[in-house]
Write a protein that binds this ligand. Structure first.
Ligand SMILES: Nc1nc2c(ncn2[C@@H]2O[C@H](COP(=O)(O)OP(=O)(O)OP(=O)(O)O)[C@@H](O)[C@H]2O)c(=O)[nH]1
Ligand SMILES: Nc1nc2c(ncn2[C@@H]2O[C@H](COP(=O)(O)OP(=O)(O)OP(=O)(O)O)[C@@H](O)[C@H]2O)c(=O)[nH]1
Length: 435
């Protein structure tokens, strides 16, 4: 499980610019995954081989003035709760403002690691001016950086990743880990409680290694798996705000811990932007996914209601829509066990390894049937393909001119893989390599 770094600060100090710079090194890799949309607030970064998640708390803010300060305050508090490290960004060109001071007051109270980042230090005079920020009284070091030209970010990142605690591998490594995620009020607690209630005696709470995550072991019908972060679900830290930021922040750690995520939707609300953001988080972390449309009991049904609903979801999550979709009622426990069955199938799909010989036999035919279009008169030849020994399915295609193979052709290859083997619910990565 990776470390989580949150970027906080008042508007316009350059949080998004810093965010883009931090995840920039990963962009090329992220784009390799056909059809994954990059949202602007969450990404994976890598510094000297240490991977971590980055959250940009900006951009979520309300535009209305009176709720503004309060909203920033809440975001900072939540960032403190959920992140392992905080980058507190200030603007050297603008100097300290009241709002900076207000954020600093909150940050002074946390025991989490806070790094004071003096952004927009584009030249040596401005780097010198950053010394002003020692007066803020957070940490022993001020990191002058320029998010625009990149100077100083190396020293900052050295410090940040140098302070990461090695996260111990969680216990019960072989058991599949399932997580129930979704925005507030969709029925996460009801689902988990119903599942636990189904066989009260055969579940045990296992304290996780992180703060307050409790993993519940579930053994029944020949299944044996862990439900991750059920503490967060059952304890119900009541966040009233139905804001994207909260669902996303609360979901990140859970998703990173899981192998398969059950994304719960509220049938009465349809698919909303927040649901799609959480879906993107799951895909970005290359986890398995099952979509559970809950509160189905509340829907007036006609002959095709379910089919139409399902189609609407598939359209919205396209292009990656080879995903199980199950209509449930946590209240009446309808089809909850189907969700489990499905999640465990997805788990099997995620660990599936295809023999290189079998893979090549099938894929060479598919490639022969539809060859990559030649570029600038150059003939592109894919020589062979192999599945890499990674946790989530990743295929490397070796060819003479990898840079000329574009996303549509990669999607063709992915579709052929999905057609011939079952990878339902699992994102697939396709890499082109030079041979
Ligand atoms: N000169 C200079 N300008 C910068 C630097 N970093 C960001 N900026 C500029 O500052 C402005 C604000 O940057 P953003 O990244 O949008 O700031 P933000 O903190 O994310 O703002 P909100 O989304 O409103 O919270 C933009 O015009 C950036 O181009 C920097 O290192 N040097
Ligand atoms: N009719 C109906 N109501 C449901 C169903 N599942 C949950 N509810 C109701 O929806 C409300 C929210 O359910 P919770 O299980 O608390 O939802 P949650 O996702 O855990 O909510 P947060 O803790 O806010 O994230 C409760 O009033 C439940 O009784 C369902 O399948 N049908």
């Amino acid at each position: 499980m990776s470390n989580i770094v949150a970027i906080v600060g008042r508007p316009n100090v350059g949080k998004s610019t810093l965010f883009n710079r931090l995840i920039g090194s990963r962009k090329a890799i992220v784009n390799e995954t056909a059809g994954v949309t990059r949202d602007r607030n969450y990404g994976k970064a890598d510094w000297n081989g240490k991977e971590f998640s980055v959250i940009d708390t900006g951009g979520y803010s309300f535009n209305s003035e009176d709720v503004f300060d309060e909203e920033i305050r809440k975001q900072v508090m939540l960032a403190i709760d959920e992140a392992d490290a905080i980058l507190f960004v200030l603007d050297v060109q603008h100097g300290l403002t009241d709002l900076d001071e207000a954020v600093a007051r909150i940050l002074r109270r946390t025991t989490k690691k806070v790094y004071l980042v003096a952004n927009k230090a584009d030249n040596s005079d401005l780097i010198f001016a950053a010394n002003e920020f020692y007066s803020v009284g957070i940490g022993d070091v001020v990191y002058p950086i320029s998010s625009v030209n990149g100077s100083g970010t190396g020293d900052l990142l050295d410090a940040v990743v140098g302070d990461f605690e090695e996260k111990p591998e969680e216990e019960d490594n072989e058991l599949p880990r399932l997580a129930f995620v979704g925005r507030p009020n969709v029925g996460k607690s009801s689902t988990v409680n119903a599942l636990i209630g189904i066989e009260r005696n055969i579940v045990t709470d296992v304290a996780g290694t992180t703060r307050d995550s409790i993993h519940t072991r579930f053994q029944k019908f020949g299944h044996d798996f862990m439900m991750v972060d059920t503490a967060g679900v059952r304890k119900k830290p009541k966040v009233n705000e139905d804001l994207e930021f909260y669902s996303v922040m609360r979901s990140i750690r859970t998703i990173e811990t899981a192998d398969v995520c059950v994304l719960i939707l509220d049938a009465t609300r349809g698919v909303e932007a927040q649901d799609l953001s959480i879906f993107d988080l799951i895909i970005k972390n290359r986890k398995g996914v099952v979509i559970m449309v809950n509160k189905w009991d509340l829907i007036e049904k006609e002959t095709n209601t379910m089919k139409e609903f399902e189609q609407e979801i598939r359209n919205k999550i396209a292009p990656f829509n080879d995903v199980p979709i199950i209509f449930t009622s946590a209240l009446s426990k309808q089809r909850l066990l189907n969700v489990l069955e499905s999640a465990l199938e997805v788990y099997e799909n995620r660990v599936r390894k295809i023999q290189t010989s079998e893979l090549n036999k099938v894929m060479q035919d598919a490639i022969a049937a539809f060859t990559p279009p030649s570029v600038k008169g150059k003939f592109i030849k894919i020589k062979y393909v192999t599945q890499l020994p990674t946790l989530a399915p990743t295929f490397a295609f070796y060819c003479n001119l990898p840079q000329y193979i574009k996303d549509p052709y990669k999607r063709y290859l992915e579709n052929q893989i999905r057609k011939n083997w079952t990878f339902t619910g699992v994102p697939i990565q396709i890499f082109m390599r030079k041979k």
